[in-house]
Structures are given as structure tokens and as C-alpha cells.
Design a binder for this molecule. Structure first.
Ligand SMILES: Nc1ncnc2c1ncn2[C@@H]1O[C@H](COP(=O)(O)OP(=O)(O)O)[C@@H](O)[C@H]1O
Ligand SMILES: [Mg+2]
Length: 262
């Protein structure tokens, strides 16, 4: 069974159609890379999947559970259990979005702590739960190579380190699908490598991921499937070999040749 099914997703902002009938599926453990020019709708698609944006129509299903059926849904359907629906997805932003007033460790612990606090047995189990949550956050940060940086604040960390904290934070609630929105485009080239290495290692652990990126050689290397978005439509999709090696659409060839010239 597919871990993610997206059917006929549409989204407009005012009179601008930004996502035009997007459909695709993903298998568990797969890595999908979304490529396309600026303004083609990549961020909007990730935001719709993460329930940060309400689509106008379409279906989003995770593990067979329909989270959104926008044709049938009202705004209140969309907002019902919003936090539960969002738990299926983790999102790593281009600009990290860490809380500056919290340490790396606190940033990673925060979501799990907020969730634990809502449990009926929180009061009795508080000390033990906090210990568990801290141990989990420490182990995620250690996996990101940040064992020695846990008590640093974001301003004491490099961009690459901040992004690795953000990845640990996105993993903290064990999302089904981890989404990245241009995770390295705010980084200097020498810091890009350390973040790409972490994403590559997540791929080798079969973490299901959707990665929006302008790093074409990385996408080719890490992804099982490529979707090329153009003006809100899927213009072309296939394996990296198909899309990069033998693109069928003139628009895809044009887009890729701009990268080849850089
Ligand atoms: N909140 C918004 N309000 C109005 N227009 C938006 C909004 N967000 C995105 N857009 C428009 O939607 C289009 C797609 O944007 P986006 O999804 O950010 O593309 P990409 O991530 O591929 O660069 C652009 O034309 C952008 O201006
Ligand atoms: Mg974007």
C-alpha cells in the first residue's frame, strides 16, 4: 500500500491557480524529489501536504487514511484534528525556523513535550516522561553529529548545524513522511555538503522523504522518483535516469539545460 496518495490537488491564491490537478503516490521508504523553477508551486505543494495551506480540492491519504477530501470538506473539516493530521508529516524549511530563545536540545524536545503535556497521566509521569523525551532528543541530535552542540543556542551554531537541528526536530515526532523545502539554499556551499550527507544517511535508513531542491546532482543521486513541476502542473515524472537522462518534454529539457550551464 502506498504511504502517500495525492489525488487531483488544486490550490489557487485569489485568481492565480498555483497547483493544478496534482496527483502522485509514494511508497514507504521512497525518496521523491520535487524540482521546478521558482514560482512553480513546490512550496505550496509541501505546505498543502503539511496542512499549512487548505487546498481547494483534492484528496490526501496517508497509509490508506483519508486526511483530506477537499471536495467534501468544509473549512471546519479541514481544521478538525489539524494537529493530528500534521503529525504525519515533518517539514524542514529553507530558513531553519528554530526558536532562537531555546537551545538545540530544547528546540528538538519542544513538540514532544507539548504533546506529552496533553496526556491525562502527565502529572504523575512528568519526571519520567521528560527524561525519556530528553534522551530521545539527545539521540536524534547525536545522529545528526551534534552531540557536542546540544546546549548551544541557534546563534551559536553555523547554518549547517542549525539545519541539522531542524532535521532532528522534524524527526522527533516520528513523522510518516519527512519533507524538505530547499534545505540547503540558505547555506554557503561548504555547509551544504554536511546537510546533504545527513539527508543521504536518512535515505539509506529508508526514511520516506519529499525533497524540494535545486541541487540537481543530489536529487539524481538520492531520489527514487523525480517530479518536475511547471506552472503548478506535473510536467514530467519518472526515475532520475528517465527525467535527467532522457527527458520527454521540451520544457524539462529547457529547465535542466539551465542547470547544466551553471
Ligand atoms: N500566500 C500566498 N498568497 C498569494 N500567492 C502566493 C502565496 N504563496 C505562494 N503564492 C504564489 O504561488 C506561486 C507558487 O509559489 P511557491 O509555491 O512558493 O513556488 P516555489 O516554491 O516553486 O517557488 C507563486 O506565483 C507565488 O507568488
Ligand atoms: Mg519555494
Amino acid at each position: 500500500m502506498a504511504i502517500l496518495e495525492v489525488q487531483n490537488l488544486r490550490k489557487s491564491f485569489g485568481s492565480t491557480l498555483v497547483l493544478d490537478d496534482i496527483s502522485f503516490t509514494m511508497e514507504k521508504g521512497a525518496v521523491l524529489s520535487l524540482i521546478g523553477s521558482s514560482g512553480s508551486g513546490k512550496t505550496t505543494l509541501l505546505r498543502c501536504l503539511n496542512f499549512l495551506e487548505q487546498p481547494d480540492s483534492g484528496i490526501i491519504r496517508v497509509n490508506g487514511e483519508t486526511l483530506l477530501d477537499a471536495a467534501a470538506a468544509t473549512a471546519s473539516d479541514f481544521h478538525r484534528n489539524l494537529r493530528l493530521k500534521r503529525l504525519h508529516f515533518g517539514l524542514v524549511f529553507q530558513s531553519f525556523n528554530l526558536f532562537p530563545q531555546y537551545t538545540a536540545l530544547e528546540n528538538v524536545m519542544l513538540a514532544e513535550k507539548l504533546l506529552a503535556r496533553e496526556q491525562p497521566d502527565w502529572k504523575e509521569r512528568k519526571a519520567a516522561r521528560l527524561q525519556e523525551i530528553q534522551a530521545h532528543a539527545e539521540s536524534l541530535l547525536a545522529d545528526m553529529g551534534l552531540k557536542d552542540r546540544m546546549n548551544n543556542y541557534p546563534h551559536q551554531l553555523s547554518g549547517g548545524q542549525c539545519q541539522r537541528v531542524a532535521i532532528a526536530r522534524a524527526l522527533a515526532l516520528n513523522p510518516d513522511i519527512l519533507c524538505f523545502d530547499e534545505p540547503t539554499s540558505a547555506l554557503d556551499p561548504e555547509l551544504t555538503g554536511e546537510v546533504l550527507r545527513v539527508i543521504r544517511s536518512l535515505a539509506s535508513l529508508h526514511t520516506t522523504m519529499i525533497i524540494v531542491t535545486h541541487e540537481m546532482s543530489f536529487a539524481r543521486d538520492v531520489a527514487d522518483h523525480i517530479i518536475f513541476l511547471d506552472s503548478g502542473k506535473i510536467c514530467e515524472e519518472g526515475t532520475p535516469e528517465e527525467v535527467f537522462g532522457n527527458p520527454q518534454q521540451e520544457r524539462t529539457r529547457q529547465f535542466l539545460s539551465n542547470y547544466a550551464q551553471q
